[in-house]
Structure formats: C-alpha cells, structure tokens
Design a protein around this ligand. Structure first.
Ligand code: C2E
Ligand code: CA
Ligand code: CA
Length: 639
C-alpha cells in the first residue's frame, strides 16, 4: 500500500481515539444544556464522524471490488463531515464570543448560507464522475474556500469580541485555527490526510483548558454551582425568556454550623438531595450560596407541580447522626420578567425577604415592589454615605410654643437630606435605613454638631430660646459611649448642657431595658433633659414612664388627632395628664395644625404645643427671623 495512505490511516485512527477520549471525559460529568455546550458537543461529534469517514474513505479506495454506491456514500460522508467541522467550529466560537447574548443575526445568516452552499456542492460532487474534470475541481476549490471562510469568520469574531473572552480561550481558538491551516498546507503538498488529526488535537486543547466542568458542579452537593447559576440566568435574561426562579435558603444555618460544625454539611447535602429528588431531570438545581438553593422552571404549571412535592418533603425532620436538627427554611418564587428583569434583582429580592418567614413549607411569591424597595433603600443608603462624607445634612428647627410663658422658648431640631440624584429624602425614610446599617451614629453626631454650631454661632438664646430638642435614635442610646460622644461635641463648641434636650422614642429595638435605663440615667445626671417622643404610638408603655422619669413627654401627632376626633380618647388623656404632671413631667402636644386644636390642648393641660399651626420646621436663618418677629407678642392663639 502507498506509504502516504498508510500514514493517513494512522493519523485518522489517532484522531478517532482522541475524539473518543475527549467525549468519554466530557460525558462522564453532567453539563447544563446551554447553546455553547450544545455546539461544543456538535463540534466533537463532527470531528469524530469526519475522522471515521476519512478512515473509511481512504481504506475503501484500496479495497478491490467495492460497490460503486458504497465508495460514493463513504466519499459523501467524508465531504459532509469535513466541511461541517469548519462550520461547527465557527458556530461554537461565535457562541463562546456571544455568551449571554443572542446569536448575531448576520452570522446566523452566514452559517445558513454556507450550509446551503455545502449541501449544493455536495450534491453536485455526487456527479463528479459525470462532471467535466474542471467543474469537479471547481467544486472542491469552492468547498475548500467555504471552509477557510468559516475559520476566518471565527477568527474575526474572536478579534472583535476579545473583551468577552479570556486570553486562554483566545489562544486556544487561534491554536485550533493554526493547526487547521498547517494541516491543510501539509495535506495539499503531501496528500497525507492529517486535518482530522490536527483538529482533534486542537479540540482536546480547547477541552482541557476551556472546559472546567468542576466550576459548574458544586463539590459538596453535586448540584450545579453558583457560577453555572449566574451563567444560566444571564442567558435566560438575554434571550428574554419567561421563567420561574425558585430560591430557598436555610435561615438558621449559622446556628446549625455553630452547633454541629463539620456535620452541618449533612443538612446541606440532605436539603440538596430533597430538592433534586422532587425535580424532573430537565430542571437544574443550583447551590447558589452556602445554604441557598435555586431551581428554574419554564412555566407556572411546572412550578406548581414542584410546589406540591416541595410542601411534602421540606417539613420532614433532618438528622445529623441520630440527632434531629431543627431546620428553618425560607423559599421565594421570582417570576421573570414579571417580578424581576435583571440578575441583580435576584439579590435585591433575597435581601428584601431575608427577614420574612415563609411559614415552613410555603413559598413567598416575590413582587416587583420588593425589587423597587431594595433598589430605593440602596440609593438612600448611598445618599446617606455621601451626605456624611460631604457634610451636606441640613438641620431645620421647628418652633415649640410654651403655653404658660406664651413664648417660643424652645424648638425641635429635625434633620434634612437633599440628594442631587433622588431629591428630598424624608427622615421617616432614611432614619430607619441609617438605623439598620449603623450610620445613624454618624448622622446623629452630624446633627448634634450642627445644632451646637448654631447655638454657638447664632446665639438663639438671645432671642429667648431656652433649649433645643435633638432626636436621639435608640441605636445611639444603646452605645456605651453615647454620653461621651454628646458631651465632647457640646464641650467643643462651649454649649451648656441645659441647652440641649434629648428626645428618644421607645421602640421594640430597645433590646435591653436595663442598658437603656442606665444610659438615660447617666445622661440625665450629667445635666441633659430627656423627652419621651411619640407617646401613644403603640410602643410606649406606662411601665417605661414610671420606671424612668422623663422631663418631657411628647404626645404623638396620631394620638393628638385621635383625641380631637374621637370622644373615647378624652378620658384616657385626661387620666394621663395629671399622672404625668405628678411625676414632674411636662407635656408637649405634636401635630398642632388648627386653632381649635390649640384651644382643646390648652384646656387639656398641655405645657407646650408644636405643629404647622405655628410653623413648619425652618432653616436656621428663617428660624432666627421667625423668633425675631415673634418675640414679646402674645401668641397663644395664633402665630
Ligand atoms: P418626630 O420626632 O416625631 O418629628 C416630628 C415630625 O412631625 C417632623 O417630621 C415634623 O416635620 C412633623 N410635624 C411637625 N408638625 C407637624 C404638623 O403640624 N403636622 C404634620 N403632619 N407633621 C408635623 P420630619 O421632620 O419629617 O421627621 C420625621 C421623623 O424623623 C421625626 O419624627 C423623627 O423621628 C425622625 N427624625 C428627624 N430628625 C431626626 C434626627 O436628627 N435624628 C433622629 N434620630 N431622628 C430624626
Ligand atoms: Ca422628635
Ligand atoms: Ca414625635
């Protein structure tokens, strides 16, 4: 036999072995069925078929008495597979370049055109024997040109999209191209058929370095990984697919970890196994965080089936060894695109529902509002940080009228936040956010500093102001250094302690009453007067009032309104007033908006009134002007 033929057969055999080895390795690990994965499988498949067809074709050519149709079929298969390899390589490369983006239309059109051309060329090739020699040659040259074209498109695509690919991917794609070119040149000059071999070696390289199935699989649970989850969701989003994302987490995982150490992994494995156990094989389950899992469904109906099964299995007891472990789950369903449209929305929804309890086996249905709420909170949080950095918080002063002295001898300092991007942010919105992330301590320091600067710089005392109320968050009150912080600011500006009155609200966040009481006592014994704010809003308890003698109690706006509107509040308030007065406490009524209210609250025995009837909170200079214009006048029934 011709040594070149022998040589070619040897290379084809090697190519087949390489392809089989790659495929065996590839299919031994589970994969998510993505566009790129599918195209990589097509590429491996075409290379294997092309090597096998090459081998068959070369061998048949030398078998005596082979029927013509069989030689023809072998030739045909070889031509189709060799040329498909070029196209499938191109499609694979384009898909890799356009990860998480739709396939470019022009390239799709190009691929379709090439496939049609190859089909036509192959059909004509069938008549090769009946065609004049020149025509057959032309067809072969055309097919060769088409192959080069596909490879060139792949190369161009890599160059254009180089930012979407890492360097290793780019290098491997170019190695594949180089191998192809070298093999084709060698083949053209020596007739040795080594293209299939060169391609299979190049694909092995791509497989070895590009594919890292371990990144896609979570080692502990054998579910798909966080990385695979991200890739998959991004692809679904970019293809604008409608899907249902189920997310569940173990809320008490830190406690389980603390209690069971290494064995806590059993709970995670068991949870994963239960979820995998109730999903069908087309539904991928992902572990997206330490104790968080996700599953994606293509329709509500598919999810409903899953939900039924989920209800049954999730409540069953968990065991570590023979010990039962209490496991507290929370599950959320996110509908794309109804409730969420971006990948970051998932994190927002998880944040939003973190504190929610879904009721064991129930699944919370996420709403669009959850995303909006979290996005807004993040913006507000950012605005707070920015305002702290730039010292751009403002403080307004709302005059408070002393009914006995008939003077505006005090006021309440209220913080204001204006952000360039989102505009005015009311304190009722940003204070709870600042409290939840701890920035309230800095905000409080900023407010206190501004109030002290105002007292020291503008001397409102000279216009009859005896003290200024400053709101103190319960978070600040619980800090061991609360007294030192306030004292040092006052000291720095030379402000006497009697000039600042601290308002606190009794809230559920005061976890330790003893600490709060101790801190309030310290503040009071250091010369600060303390007001109980928002009395009557639900949190304030009589017990707290008795235990801690406040200098002032501020009746909340809602209580004042209720008193004005409903007769039944009359006896309650009439009962409280003498009790508070007997404790030596003064009473401020908030939210006074009408003259009628002034009269009624005066008659009730309030000591101070605060509200829009007199004035809204005012910036420093307007407040000073207000004081100047109202000093000395009898204002009991009108500003
Ligand atoms: P708050 O301490 O109860 O303050 C009174 C709120 O009622 C103020 O709202 C004030 O503008 C408003 N108000 C006063 N008079 C009337 C009235 O006649 N009618 C109506 N409808 N409202 C009236 P603002 O300034 O929006 O503050 C809201 C809350 O934000 C405050 O409630 C307080 O809890 C908190 N806050 C404001 N400034 C600070 C601060 O510097 N530190 C802390 N920790 N919290 C603050
Ligand atoms: Ca207040
Ligand atoms: Ca209040």
């Amino acid at each position: 036999m011709d040594p070149v033929i022998n040589f070619s057969m040897g290379f084809d055999c090697c190519a087949i072995v390489i392809c089989v080895v790659i495929m065996a390795n590839y299919y031994s690990v589970k994969h998510i069925s993505t566009r790129t994965e599918k195209l990589f499988q097509v590429l491996m498949g075409t290379l294997l078929v092309s090597a096998a067809a090459n081998l068959v074709n070369v061998s048949f050519g030398y078998v005596e008495g082979m029927p013509a149709w069989l030689s023809y079929a072998a030739g045909m298969l070889m031509v189709i597979s060799v040329h498909s390899a070029g196209i499938s390589f191109m499609l694979y490369v384009v898909s890799e370049c356009y990860q998480n983006r739709p396939f470019p239309r022009t390239l799709t059109a190009f691929a379709v055109t090439i496939i049609v051309l190859v089909g036509t060329a192959v059909a004509l090739y069938g008549f090769r024997n009946s065609l004049p020699e020149g025509a057959a040659q032309t067809i072969i040259v055309c097919m060769f040109a088409e192959h080069c074209c596909a490879i060139a498109v792949a190369a161009a695509c890599v160059v254009v999209n180089r930012r979407a690919l890492d360097v290793r991917t780019q290098v491997n794609i170019f190695i594949y191209i180089a191998f192809n070119v070298i093999a084709t040149i060698v083949q053209a000059f020596t007739r040795a058929q080594i293209t299939a071999f060169a391609q299979s070696v190049a694909v092995m390289l791509i497989f070895a370095t590009l594919r890292n199935p371990k990144d896609e699989i979570d080692a502990l649970t054998k579910t798909f990984s966080k990385q695979a989850f991200r890739d998959f969701i991004l692809r679904q989003i970019s293809a604008r697919r409608t899907f249902r994302l189920f997310m569940m987490g173990i809320r008490n995982m830190p406690a389980i970890n603390a209690l069971w150490g290494q064995n806590a992994d059993d709970v995670i494995k068991e949870t994963a196994a239960r979820i995998v156990g109730i999903t069908d094989k087309n539904t991928y389950v992902y572990r997206t965080d330490e104790a968080r899992f996700a599953a994606v469904f293509s329709s509500d109906a598919q999810f409903e089936k899953f939900r039924e099964r989920y209800r049954k299995i999730i409540g069953q007891p968990y065991f570590v060894g023979q010990y039962a472990v209490p496991v507290d789950h929370v599950a959320v369903l996110i509908a794309f695109p109804e409730a969420a449209t971006k990948f970051s929305d998932i994190e927002s929804i998880i944040k939003y529902y973190r504190g929610h309890y879904s009721g064991g086996d129930e699944v919370i249905i996420a709403t669009r509002d959850a995303v909006a709420d979290v996005v807004r909170r993040e913006k507000v949080d950012y605005a707070i940080q920015k305002a702290l950095r730039l010292h751009s918080f403002q403080v307004c002063y709302q005059p408070i009228f002393d009914l006995k002295a008939k003077k505006f001898n005090c006021c309440e300092a209220l913080v204001r936040l204006y952000d360039d991007e989102i505009g005015y942010i009311p304190p009722n919105e940003f204070i709870p956010i600042a409290e939840s992330n701890g920035t309230i301590v800095d905000v409080g320091r900023e407010v206190m500093t501004q109030v002290c600067k105002f007292i020291c710089g503008s001397r409102p005392q000279e216009l009859g102001v005896e003290f200024i109320d400053v709101n103190l968050s319960i978070i600040q009150c619980m800090l061991p250094e609360v007294l030192d912080n306030i004292r040092s600011i006052l000291h720095h500006y030379g402000v006497p302690r009697g000039m600042v009155n601290l308002e606190i609200t009794e809230t559920a966040s005061a976890r330790s009453y003893d600490t709060l009481q101790q801190h309030l006592n310290e503040l009071r014994s250091n010369g600060f007067a303390i007001s109980l704010d928002d009395f009557g809003t639900g949190f304030s308890s009589v017990e707290f009032l008795i235990k801690f003698p406040f200098d002032i109690v501020k009746l909340d706006r809602s209580l004042v309104r209720a008193y004005m509107e409903t007769k039944k509040y009359e006896p309650i308030l009439q009962h409280y007033m003498p009790m508070l007065h007997s404790l030596g406490t003064k009473i401020v009524a908030e939210g006074v908006e009408t003259e009628e209210m002034v009269k009624a609250l005066d008659a009730l025995g309030c000591d101070y009134l605060q509200g829009y009837y007199y004035s809204k909170p005012l910036p420093e200079d307007e407040y000073l002007a207000f004081l100047a214009s109202h000093s000395g006048a009898d204002l009991s029934h009108g500003a």
